[in-house]
Each structure stands twice: as C-alpha cells, then as structure tokens.
Design a binder for this molecule. Sequence first.
Ligand SMILES: N[C@@H](CCC(=O)N[C@@H](CS)C(=O)NCC(=O)O)C(=O)O
Length: 299
Amino acid sequence: MSDYVPPKVWTWEQPSGGQFANINRPIAGPTHDKALPVGRHPFQLYSLATPNGQKVSIMFEELLEKGHAGAEYDAWPIRIGEGDQFGSGFVAVNPNSKIPALIDRSGPEPVRVFESGAILVYLAEKFGEFLPRSGPERAETLSWLFWQMGSAPFLGGGFGHFFAYAPEKIEYAIDRYAMEAKRQFDVLDRRLADNEYVAGPDYTIADIAIWPWYGGVALGRTYEGASEFLAVHQYAHVMRWAKQIDARPAVQRGRKVNKLTGELREQLHERHDPSDFALRTQDKLESADESEAVKDDAI
Ligand SMILES: N[C@@H](CCC(=O)N[C@@H](CS)C(=O)NCC(=O)O)C(=O)O
C-alpha cells in the first residue's frame, strides 16, 4: 500500500516515471515551430503505427484495394517520443496533439480532420464505403465505432498502461483494468458469435477501428504477455474475427505504414506510393533505425 496523500492542489513537479513519461504534460499547445511536410497526393496523413494510427492507414489501403484511386495518400511519421506532436504544424492540424491527423487537399481549401473515428467517418462518407448510408445498419456501425472510442482507452490507457508501462506493478490498478478488458472482450465475443463482422454481415469502419486494439491483443502483438494474462483464447469468436481480418491484404499493408519499430520487413516509415511496400531494398533496411526510443505498438 502506498502512503501517498494527495495535496490540496496538484502541481507538476516531476516526471511521473514509466514509459512515455517524457511526452506527458499538463498543458496543450505547441512547444516549437515546425512545419509539416506535404507530398503530392490530396490526402496527407500524419501518423504512427500505433493501434489508433493503424486504423487510418488500413482504411486508406482498403479504399485503394476497392479501386478508389482518389484515395492515394502520403503518410508521414510523427515521432511522438521525440515530441513531433507538439510542433506548430501538427498542432494546427490537431489541437489535441495526438496522432492520427489528416489533411484533405482535394477541395478548394484544405480540410483538417483529427480523431481516428472522425477520420474514418470522413473517408467512409467521401468514398461511400464501409459505412451504410442510412437506416439501422448505419446506426449499428456508428454504435460500434463509438463503442471503440469509449472502450479502448480502458484497454490501452488503463490495462495496457498498468500491465506493461507503469514504473511499478500495482495490483489494484491491474485488477481493475484486467476486469474491464475481459468484460469488453466478452462484449465483442458475444456479438461476433452471431455476426461475421462487428456491425453485421459486412466489414465496416467499426471493424477497422476495433481490430487494431482488440485484434492486436488477441493475436498476442500488443503488451507482451497480455494475451495469456487475459486468457484471450476463451474468446473464440474474437479469435476467429481477429485472424480473418488479419488475413486481408489491405490490413497487412496498413499495419506497416509509419511503423518505426519491430521487424525491419514490417516497417514502412513513409508511404507515398503503392510501390513503397515492395521497395524494401537492402539500402532501406540498412538505413532503418531499429533503436527508436518509443515503441509504436500501443500507447
Ligand atoms: N482518441 C484519439 C486517441 C489518439 C491517441 O491517443 N494517440 C496517441 C498514440 S496512440 C498519441 O498520439 N499520443 C501522443 C501524446 O499523447 O502525446 C484517436 O482515436 O485519434
């Protein structure tokens, strides 16, 4: 038991400890001037291959897979461990200083979109894909999309943080969030018992949002030891769905975009063209930096 007694007023006196403490601040806004790079496509994505970042690169790759050439995009890595999210250019696109953030330059004025859920809806509406246009199917898809937005912070910021990243293992916190994470897996499992995809018979932006988080844990890719600790094999329908989505070519490409860590053949630091996925030349592999300070798998 800790003997910590909270003071009357909290002050920011020391780093909190734990992984990622260096990027946590109690204030918003830019810390430095830095313009964002701009490529040749209408869509400019500023991101990193965390679960939140993967959602958008998977969405772009799925749109391209469906033949929407207008969905070509440039994807630039935002090194959140080095504070890129606090640069003036990035804050102008997302005042919340978190990846992913998007600029659509296809119209007369650039349009900024931040928050992964908002970006998925924006792209789904623009291309008429992965989100039913009306009726109960649309309501169901949006319900699960917003379920992810409200639930995943308990899986990531709660369970993942205290299980994997906190400076000490606190039983109370791990118990509290393991309980909630398992409850959420059960919610998904019951839904997927009767439905091929989360929103029903069709693959939608709800799957695209939920899979990087819950599929990542189910497939043992996120938070080392978590899949065993949470006994994810109990959720047979989630496992079936996670593997099914993992096999999609667009998902396999999208996971690599802006990935700075892990196996070199899984990394694509910048994406500007479909051929970038094939261009894993020896030069690129040799110049890739394996010693990135921040893991980009899940924060
Ligand atoms: N609700 C946001 C969450 C985005 C988010 O938490 N991004 C993290 C990486 S996964 C980030 O940029 N963290 C940097 C920071 O907190 O400074 C979304 O869905 O887009």
